[in-house]
Design a protein around this ligand. Structure first.
Ligand SMILES: Nc1ncnc2c1ncn2[C@@H]1O[C@H](COP(=O)(O)OP(=O)(O)OP(=O)(O)O)[C@@H](O)[C@H]1O
Ligand SMILES: [Mg+2]
Length: 588
């Protein structure tokens, strides 16, 4: 809440203007009944036509001024709210972009989206309302009470009575509605979550024929949300007519009591009319206050949700005094980036068991380090520690002898080309996707990268070549094509460290081999770290790391491991024929 409020600090001058303008509006509106009373008592009753004309013209002028003040008040309120909302949205975007995976998982993407859109909108609406009403209503209320008392003291109990009723109504609204608002935003989160899952998983849902179940799941969240909306609106539906009833009742009461006073010659008829208007102003002001009491808590809930994002510490941030990476020192953009794990252990946030423990190895520049192991043994987790998607819980990850935690993230990541297990392409063209990591790449660079990644063939077969449109998420290319484009994208960056997370799984054997050969021959000097499921892919690696349940079960070349590592030889025997095993031996 505090965090969100701090975004309004710079708009204090605007708020001052709004206060001034609204003060002007209140003054004008409070003077109007006085003029009217004058017209009735001294003009109509006394039959003085000149006075009616004269005062009438002044009244029109004052009313016009009130309109101008009111309009400028609204304008400045909307401006302030919209500008502050833009700032908040921008801050949210920047923050969320800097979030590490741990923080994103903590909130869930759906909730992050609701918070950045719907919640900010709530805050914006409430800002407009409160800037208009919260300032206007108290000034008006106090002014109107003052003027009413000045007009007639003997009628004042009527307004007191009305205010008592309004207070009761306010307390009711506070108790009944306030707690529901947080629930409402949470339900909205849930609806968004299901919608998002449903949309990104359309094909799976269809293939498993679970549309009905999904529909039910959605309906459930939707019905919950609807029920809440209906309840809140029922409360509002009760409140507004009750308000009108109170106002009409007070009107009748004032005229009834006033008529008797006029009859007894204790009150002028014009003063009674003016009093009636002041009474309405008082009640209206209280009504606005009530509305603010409804709006503010709701916005407070939203502000709290937005504040939670803005206040969440980013678990992975740049060190205060970053060390320069030896390779990045000016002018010496040499090839190669040594990656070393020193007794590294890692536990996912909220997880109980270690995903990795006691990992130590070094991946040398110009060499190919392969990682193999069963599903869920921690391979992706391991390589996620290199670009600092997560930080090691124990031990150190070093790149060129510098702990990754001591470098600027931007420096570190500029060294790394990562082809993730679930590659993502962005909407645009093939070219824009390939240029993603290096805007300055020449056309020759793009072609070369595509050629190494074995993607040039299918790119050239497309009628538009490199200009071929890529749909959002890369849904209009095949799985294998997507993998190759992701590999080419990493190559265009010309990184010192190349990491492939199971990036060859969707390639046929021949393409797999051609790609690896091209990498070996044409991308010399870089450090290669390759995760693979197929032993064929890594037979000729310089170093193979066998992972089992987050621990290293063996390190060595294929031949060494065949002799020493039981886990490895089991994997090898299950995948390769005797003949292939022999050949592997010959190569070594
Ligand atoms: N974000 C996460 N939060 C908590 N636990 C996780 C998270 N990601 C993975 N895990 C757990 O960590 C372990 C290792 O997962 P990891 O993704 O590294 O496996 P992997 O070896 O890459 O498997 P695969 O070959 O299937 O890709 C698994 O038990 C998994 O359940
Ligand atoms: Mg994986």
């Amino acid at each position: 809440m505090k965090t969100v409020l701090s975004y309004y600090k710079q708009y204090i001058p605007f708020v001052c203007i709004i206060i001034l303008v609204l003060f002007g509006q209140v003054m004008c509106e409070l003077f109007l009944p006085m003029f009217m009373s004058d017209i009735i008592d001294n003009g109509i009753v006394a039959g003085d036509l000149d006075r009616i004309r004269h005062t009438g013209i002044i009244m029109i002028g004052v009313a016009f001024a009130a309109v101008i003040f009111s309009m400028s008040g609204s304008l400045f309120a909307s401006l302030t709210a919209a500008k502050a909302a833009r700032k908040i949205r921008k801050a949210l975007f920047t923050r969320v972009t800097a979030f590490s995976r741990a923080e994103i998982e903590q909130f869930s993407t759906a909730s992050l989206i609701t918070r950045s859109t719907n919640d900010v909108q709530m805050i914006q609406q409430a800002t407009v309302m409160s800037l208009r009403m919260m300032i206007f209503a108290p000034i008006m209320g106090i002014g109107a009470v003052f003027m009413a008392l000045k007009t007639s003291v003997s009628l004042s109990w009527t307004v007191g009575l009305a205010l008592l009723c309004v207070c009761g109504l306010m307390i009711f609204s506070f108790v009944a509605i306030f707690p529901r608002f947080r629930m409402m935003q949470e339900k909205l989160d849930r609806v968004n979550l299901i919608m998002k899952e449903r949309l990104s998983g359309t094909l799976v849902v269809r293939a498993f024929r679970t549309e009905f179940k999904e529909q039910e799941r959605f309906d459930e969240a939707n019905v919950d949300l609807t029920k809440l909306y209906i309840f809140v609106n029922k409360c509002l539906a009760f409140m507004l007519p009750t308000m009108t009833l109170i106002m009409s009742g007070v009107g009748v009461l004032i005229i009834w009591v006033g008529a008797h006073l006029v009859d007894a010659q204790q009150l002028m008829i014009g003063d009674m009319m003016a009093y009636l208007q002041y009474a309405m102003h008082v009640i209206m002001s209280f009504m606005f206050v009530t509305m603010i009491f409804v709006m503010i808590p709701r916005a407070a809930v939203s502000a709290k949700r937005v504040g939670q994002i803005l206040d969440t510490p980013i678990s992975i941030s740049d060190p205060e005094e970053p060390k320069s990476v030896p390779l990045l020192e000016e002018g010496t953009k040499a090839k190669g980036g040594e990656v070393e794990f020193r007794n590294v252990s890692f536990t996912y946030p909220d997880a109980e068991e270690k995903a990795l423990s006691g990992i130590s190895f070094t991946a040398q520049p110009g060499k190919m380090t392969a990682i193999i192991g069963g599903t869920g043994c921690g391979k992706s987790t391991l390589i996620n520690l290199i670009p600092r998607f997560y930080d090691a819980t124990e031990g150190q990850v070093l790149v060129n002898g510098v702990n990754v935690k001591d470098m600027k993230q931007a420096d570190l990541r500029s060294l790394i080309g990562l082809v993730p297990q679930k590659g993502t392409l962005f909407s645009g063209t093939i070219e824009s996707n390939l240029r993603y990591g290096n805007q300055d790449a020449t056309e020759g660079d793009l072609r070369e990268a595509a050629e190494i990644a074995q993607a040039l063939g299918f790119i050239e077969e497309k009628p538009d070549g490199f200009e071929t449109e890529i749909a959002q998420g890369g849904t209009n290319v095949s799985g294998g094509q997507k993998q190759r484009l992701c590999i080419a994208r990493a190559l265009v960056k010309k990184p010192q460290i190349m990491i492939f997370d199971d990036s060859f799984s969707a390639l046929d054997y021949a393409t797999d081999r051609a790609l690896r050969n091209a990498l070996r021959e044409r991308v010399t000097g870089s450090t290669f770290i390759i995760i693979a499921q197929r032993i064929n892919t890594i037979l000729d690696a310089d170093q193979i790391i066998v992972l089992e349940d987050g621990q290293i079960a063996g390190i060595g070349t294929h031949d060494e491991l065949m002799g020493t590592c039981q886990v490895y030889s089991e994997i090898a025997r299950s995948q390769l024929s005797e003949e292939e095993l022999e050949r592997g031996r010959d190569n070594g």
